[in-house]
Design a protein around this ligand. Sequence first.
Ligand SMILES: NC(=O)c1ccc[n+]([C@@H]2O[C@H](COP(=O)([O-])OP(=O)(O)OC[C@H]3O[C@@H](n4cnc5c(N)ncnc54)[C@H](OP(=O)(O)O)[C@@H]3O)[C@@H](O)[C@H]2O)c1
Length: 270
Amino acid sequence: MAQLKIGFIGGGNMASCIFNGIVKTRPQQDLLMVSGPHLEKLGAFAAAGAELTTDNCAVAAWADVLFLGVKPQVLPDVLAELKAVDWRGKLVISMAAGWRLSAFYARLGELALVRIMPNTPAKLGLGVTAMCPGAHVTKEQTELCLALLAGLGKTVLTDEEGINSLGALAGSAPAFLYRFLEALVAEIVAHGFSESEARAIIEQMALGTASMVIANQDQSIAQLREAVTSKGGTTFQGLTQMTNYHFEAMMHDVIEACLRRTREFEDMFK
Ligand SMILES: NC(=O)c1ccc[n+]([C@@H]2O[C@H](COP(=O)([O-])OP(=O)(O)OC[C@H]3O[C@@H](n4cnc5c(N)ncnc54)[C@H](OP(=O)(O)O)[C@@H]3O)[C@@H](O)[C@H]2O)c1
């Protein structure tokens, strides 16, 4: 069988994460090409066997599968460059936040396009990627896309609304969890431990807690919390304070703020 030609326009953080996942899960299987304005920044791709170019159209014309890995605000210029490409038979995969399928069709015509929204733990193969195949994507192309993303972690098939909500709930959520962990590290330091001790303690606590959630599938997360909480005890007092500060309402507003920004981006990139 002919080797699959996989192209990347833009070789930044997320593109390299996807590229590494493909190289790891499909070693020596595919032909790879990456374009970007600064070839000197793309050395890691070349070292892993990819051809490099500064010509975005050349990658697009060559590829069977094309990942668009540029920032959302750079896409209008890149898509304008790609206007003359014949998209028949090609699968295009966009990871751009705030770019609806219709925004691509308006610029490139109808094409087989999949939207994905990965998150940064994908770097460790522990990501959650939301994936929404457009109307022109075949079942085989959907399967292929799932196979190409396998190295990133879990992939969740959804629609465009799901891409937006998972963008906030899985894409941005690592930042919310980091913030929570930062606050706990600061508290541990305030209680006399060094920064490095505090970090090591919180790393182990977070890893242990996530592992407890995974290991106890027969219990809800609420049940796991209740198992740490005796009525009137110390944890109970702490949780009561979280309730007093309307923790769930705050998290709801946090997610709503993300979604509002997504909608603003969608309006910008219509
Ligand atoms: N990072 C995340 O956690 C994350 C999560 C989900 C989705 N995404 C999406 O992934 C996409 C990329 O984000 P990122 O964080 O990976 O950004 P990034 O690290 O800044 O990567 C963007 C890449 O695009 C290249 N580039 C700039 N102008 C270009 C052009 N005209 N033609 C070709 N390449 C060009 C840049 O090259 P130079 O550096 O040489 O300028 C850089 O390698 C965005 O659409 C973002 O919404 C990112």
